[in-house]
Design a protein around this ligand. Structure first.
Ligand SMILES: [Zn+2]
Length: 170
């Protein structure tokens, strides 16, 4: 099958026609492979620990355009990555953190995406041969994509929901 690079994340995917997300812009092949990755994670509870990380990493590798919905999506997912990576947020706390982060989303503003989103993409997660390998690569993926957004780390840290931080530190 022919392949092509996703114009957003840079991963190499099947060159196919098909649906894409309405604001996380990607190539159809990228969206299709990501959907497979999600299906795998939903199919087995052993993936629970990394499922939110997958969602966050994918979202911020596909920031879309400057519309309000994209801005808020990038903001909320960067905040959650920050909470996972810098504050030890647990998987079971992820939904609550998302709700808290979303409360301030009107104040988020456009962050110029990095030129390069790192070397790991959904294509690498898809290639994983075991649950353990999948989880390991997802964790590397989140670190690499968070690092890619490093010029905006200080802004994201200012957007962190105070309530969520209190709950984690307890
Ligand atoms: Zn992509």
């Amino acid at each position: 099958m022919d392949t092509c690079k996703c114009f957003s994340c840079g991963g190499v995917y099947p060159d196919i026609d098909g649906p894409v997300h309405h604001y996380m812009n990607s190539s159809p092949g990228c969206w299709s492979v990501y959907s497979e990755v999600l299906a795998r994670e939903y199919s087995d509870s052993r993936y629970f620990e990394v499922h939110r990380l997958t969602v966050d990493a994918y979202a911020v590798q596909h920031p879309g355009s400057k519309d309000r919905q994209s801005i808020q999506s990038v903001g909320v997912h960067l905040i959650r990555l920050c909470l996972f990576l810098e504050h030890g947020l647990k998987a079971e706390e992820a939904n609550e953190a998302m709700l808290q982060a979303g409360k301030n989303k009107q104040s988020f503003f456009y962050l110029e995406p990095p030129q390069n989103f790192g070397l790991i993409t959904a294509a690498d997660i898809y290639q994983a041969k075991s649950v353990q390998e999948h989880k390991t690569i997802v964790k590397e993926w989140t670190r690499s994509v968070w690092e890619a957004w490093s010029t905006h780390h200080d802004i994201v840290r200012e957007w962190l929901p105070i309530n969520a931080l209190h709950r984690i530190s307890r």
